[in-house]
Each structure stands twice: as C-alpha cells, then as structure tokens.
Design a protein around this ligand. Structure first.
Ligand code: CP3
Length: 344
C-alpha cells in the first residue's frame, strides 16, 4: 500500500523532504483524554492484547495531534511475558515481575518462545492498524533493547539504578550472557514478524542504556542490539534509542541502523559530530518542557530545529511524553515543527 505521508521513511533513508517529520515517544498514552477513557474500562494488558483496542489507541494521536507516524500501542514487557515470566502492571506505579530471574534455576523457567504463538495478538493488531490507517502515515513497530528487558526481568520492577540487575551481570556474567541471548533471539523473531505483518520501521528502546559505562554498554547492550540490526536491516528501517548513551553514538551508527535517538542532555551539533553525517538523528526536546508556557515551547522548538538543521532529522522528544502534559501543548509542539521546519 502506498503511503500518503512517507516523510519519516524518506528521512530515515536520507532522502530530501519538504519538512521535518515529527512524532512523540509514548504518544499513545495517558495525557490523551480518549486514552484515559478506555483505561477505566479495560486493564493494561487487555488493551494491549485486544487488536481492536490496540488499533484505536494507536490511531488516537494521529487524529488528535497530527503526528507524522503511528507507533504500535503495546509494551516492551510483552517479551518477558512471552518468554514465560509473569508481568503485572500496577496502576500508577508501573511494572511488577513477582518472580524475577536471579539464578541458573530461574533461567529454566523461561524459554525462547514461538513468537507467532505467544504474540499473535501483536501481529493481528499491526494488520488491523495498517488497514485502518489506510496509508495516512507509516507505522513504527518496536521492542525493548535486550539490556533494558534484562533490567526488568532481574530487578522485577522499575528502579532508578537497576542495581540488582547490574549486580546479576557483574556476579554471574555467563548467566547474564545466556539471558541476553535468549531475549535477543526472541526479539529478532518478534521484530521480523512485526515487519511481515506490516510495520514500516522499527525502534529499539534502550531506556536504561545510560546506566552503563561505555565498556559495559558494549558488552551488555550494543553487542545484542548489533545482532538485531544485522538481522533486520535489509528488511526495514531501524532506529536505535539508547537513552543517556551519547558516548556510543558512533558505535551505534556502525551497526547499520538508519536512525539514532538522542535525549536532551546532548546538544544536536555534538551528537552530529559523534555520529557523522550520513545517519538520521531523532529527538531531542525535553519532555518536561512541554509543561512550559506555549510561547516558550514554540521558541525552543524553533531553536531545536535550527540546531539540527535541514534534513536527516526526525523531531521528537528526548524520552516519552509525560502524563500531565496538556494536549494543547503536544499540539503546539507538532504544529511548530511542521511550520518552522518548512522554512529551514
Ligand atoms: O509510544 C507509544 O505510545 C507506544 C506504546 C508504548 C508503551 N510503552 C505503552 C505504555 C511504548 C513504546 C512503551 C515502551 C516502554 N514500556 C518502555 C520504553 C520507553 C520508555 O519510556 O523508556 C519502557 C521502559 C516500558 C515499561 C513500562 N510500561 C513502564 C515503566 C510503565 C509504567 C510507567 C509509565 O510510563 O506509565 C509502562 C506502562 C505503559 N506502557 C503505559 C503505556 C501507555 C501506561 C499504562 C497506563 O497506566 O495506562
């Protein structure tokens, strides 16, 4: 099916575009009243596992905010679930994995599953989303990077430091390697099926990459993301977003990914000089800045666009949108990118 708006894909391929494409990480979520309305009726995993609901939620920000790409409504934690680990989502608190992985025995409880069997609902959702979008914008599929998934599988819940996950890797490196490889193999099969079902591009979220030193990032994260990119790069465009891991932009570029996400703690010119000219950068507006007055948002979006310059930039936040952002402010972000980037 031909896309009516393929700005995102052309930008990822390094082609010229009339303006900068824009979307927001976690754009399908709690800041939208239409999302909160569904939240009252269905549990989180009901929303994720029902293709009709997942389709409705995926498309909400396209209709309401006018972003240039849809991102599948799902979660990175469907992977540990599919591997056999119990995952709960506690309202207003976050994920809870009551029986985390700590020992060699624990590893026996999980497996590399048949993803079409365990995650068939994701592929059904992707097919229904593509049909419903009818070519309006591209659909981004995603997975967590293996390191970030390990963090939750071992720590068992969110954390500022993921100290137990890190201790597991430092004390039992062979086990960590085994677990990371199982997550990687599952993710490769999963992402290939997302692409077959119709995802136009893929993003890997390494939300906790920045907790690692550069050598540890190579050992525990990049080594596995590289395998994923290697297996998928002929088939789709891949964006790597490793929050806080600015020190590895060059190495991430060398994987063959089409785009690199950056957060607001690195300046665009610095990211560009580390990554080199021939890769698309995505980011990097501070999500909390969407809480500023609208005039300030407009001004700062202009500055961001100028700092990245024309071409090879996808406007986005430097991390997920916050639940307390007024919808109007999200719209101002998107509208300002659309207006101002055509003037660059
Ligand atoms: O981007 C999108 O809009 C698509 C959907 C999406 C969700 N989670 C939906 C969700 C995506 C891409 C994710 C990724 C995800 N999930 C990440 C990586 C990105 C990041 O923000 O760092 C992580 C670390 C998770 C794990 C996770 N899921 C956490 C920590 C939480 C609770 C905290 C929070 O942000 O709400 C979730 C729940 C979750 N995933 C919600 C949504 C819309 C909120 C559920 C609700 O309460 O309604």
């Amino acid at each position: 099916m031909n896309l009516k708006n393929d700005l995102l894909l052309r930008t990822l391929r390094g082609e010229k575009t009339e303006r900068t494409p824009v979307w927001m990480m976690r754009q399908a979520g709690r800041y939208l009243p239409e999302y909160r309305a569904l939240r009252g009726k269905y549990s989180f995993f009901e929303r994720v596992e029902n293709p009709e609901l997942a389709t409705e939620i995926t498309i909400q920000p396209i209709d309401s905010i006018g972003v240039d790409a849809a991102i599948l409504f799902s979660d990175i934690l469907v992977i540990p679930r599919a591997m056999g680990l119990e995952v709960q989502l506690i309202e207003n608190e976050g994920p809870l994995l009551p029986h985390p992985i700590k020992t060699a025995d624990d590893l026996k409880r999980i497996c590399v599953p048949d993803v079409l069997d365990r995650l068939h609902y994701v592929m059904s959702a992707i097919r229904l989303i593509k049909k419903t979008l009818d070519g309006r914008v591209p659909l981004i599929g995603f997975a967590g990077a293996p390191w970030t998934i390990l963090c939750y599988m071992v720590q068992g819940k969110g954390s500022k430091t993921f100290d137990e996950a890190k201790a597991f890797c430092y004390r039992q490196p062979e086990l960590a390697e085994k677990l990371l490889q199982m997550i990687t193999d599952t993710s490769i099969a999963y992402l290939k099926e997302q692409v077959s079902a119709g995802a136009d591009a893929i993003q890997l979220f390494d939300s906790w990459g920045g907790l690692l030193s550069k050598p540890d990032f190579e050992q525990l994260s990049l080594k596995y993301m590289r395998q994923i990119v290697e297996e998928l790069k002929g088939e789709t465009e891949i964006i790597l977003f490793a929050k806080g891991s600015w020190y590895a932009l060059k190495e991430m570029k060398q994987t063959g990914a089409s785009g690199l996400g950056i957060d607001w703690c690195i300046e665009p010119h610095m990211a560009r000089s580390l990554a080199g000219p021939d890769i698309t950068l995505q980011g990097n507006f501070d999500p909390a800045k969407l809480l500023a007055p609208s005039a300030r948002i407009k001004e700062e979006v202009k500055q961001m666009l100028q700092a990245f310059g024309k071409g090879r930039h996808i406007a986005n936040l430097g991390h997920g949108i916050l639940p307390n952002v007024p919808v109007d402010h999200a719209r101002i972000f998107v509208d300002t990118v659309k207006e101002q980037s055509s003037l660059l």
